[in-house]
Design a protein around this ligand. Structure first.
Ligand SMILES: NC(=O)c1ccc[n+]([C@@H]2O[C@H](COP(=O)([O-])OP(=O)(O)OC[C@H]3O[C@@H](n4cnc5c(N)ncnc54)[C@H](OP(=O)(O)O)[C@@H]3O)[C@@H](O)[C@H]2O)c1
Length: 286
């Protein structure tokens, strides 16, 4: 049974990706923050496909202790039902903010959920992925172009601009994928980033101020429905032989920012390890 974990599977792109992957016969483990939304998403998928293999795990991925807790629950599930194997991890949960807001650890929220949560969850689930030479897929965005990582103030505490914080977090997604490939491609792991394009979801209408809310309501009208980007995740997951590319849009490779170098990827890896208090080096030795 090939199992795939998808974060942020209770709505938008994550929900449609869960739907398409269950249709393809994968066993999908969705992760999201609200018990109610998880229940509705599960019922929604099962109502049109009663044979779908779908389960949800509730966790607020904004908090590192919750990422660690849910990772442990998932590992128990995998050991019990899937021989401890994980075929793919899709780090998709994300948010948009209007103001500087922090997590329990004092980290800027867009950086925390859009990047650090996936960084920490991947670390925890890497041994299960390594068992089957699995893959890790990040939901990125073309907004990663035209920005660099603000190394001296990665949380943008000194001068906060929510759009800059969002774009930087999306650059981090692709740098993280590059860092994973640099370290683990030899062990059979591949990491990819999907650019979903502009998608009609409610991301800009959740916990944002009235201006961002208004702008997003107008902007999303021009977006595609979430089943369109979902096809790219399905395309990456169904490959028998791993593809060599890094960044994909509409099932095709796409060019990415020149900021995506091994040097920047290493720097982000080291910074993120410190912020999560982990060392990927240890997983290498397993
Ligand atoms: N929409 C676009 O045009 C677009 C473009 C480029 C990239 N993206 C990226 O696509 C990804 C998915 O976004 P979307 O557009 O599909 O928006 P969405 O419908 O709001 O989906 C976000 C998902 O993340 C979950 N989530 C939010 N905060 C969480 C937390 N603290 N802990 C756990 N789960 C949490 C949400 O749960 P709830 O259902 O409870 O809200 C939801 O399931 C994001 O990474 C976003 O940056 C979107």
């Amino acid at each position: 049974m090939n199992t795939i974990v998808i974060t942020g599977a209770s709505s938008g792109i994550g929900l449609e990706t869960a739907r398409i992957l269950t249709r393809q016969g994968f066993n999908v483990l969705g992760v999201s923050r609200s018990e109610d939304n998880c229940k509705k998403a599960e019922e929604n998928i099962l109502s049109e496909n009663p044979n779908a293999r779908i389960s949800f795990f509730v966790a607020d991925l904004m908090q590192q202790r919750e990422v660690v807790r849910v990772a442990e629950e998932i590992i128990l599930y995998l050991n019990e039902h899937c021989d401890g194997e994980l075929y793919a991890l899709i780090n998709n949960a994300g948010c948009v903010r209007s103001w500087y807001m922090t997590t329990e650890e004092g980290y800027e929220q867009q950086f925390a959920i859009n990047h650090l949560a996936g960084f920490l969850l991947t670390y925890k689930l890497l041994p299960a992925l390594m068992k089957v030479r699995g893959c890790v897929i990040m939901t990125g965005s073309d907004s990663h172009k035209g920005i660099r990582v603000h190394w001296s103030d990665v949380m943008l505490r000194r001068r906060y601009n929510p759009l800059t914080a969002y774009k930087q977090s999306k650059l981090c997604n692709i740098l993280f994928a590059k860092g994973l490939n640099d370290r683990y491609a030899a062990a059979g792991i591949r990491a990819y980033v999907v650019d979903p394009g502009l998608v009609k979801t409610d991301i800009g209408n959740k916990e944002t101020g009235s201006l961002v809310n208004f702008i997003w309501t107008l902007r999303k009208r021009h977006g595609v429905t979430p089943d369109i980007p979902a096809k790219t995740y399905a395309f990456l997951c169904e490959q028998k032989n791993k593809l060599e590319g890094l960044y994909y849009y509409l099932c095709k490779e796409k060019s990415y920012s020149k900021q995506v170098t091994s040097e920047n990827a290493n720097r982000l890896f080291e910074l993120s390890e410190r912020l999560c208090d982990i060392s990927y080096e240890k997983v290498r030795m397993i």
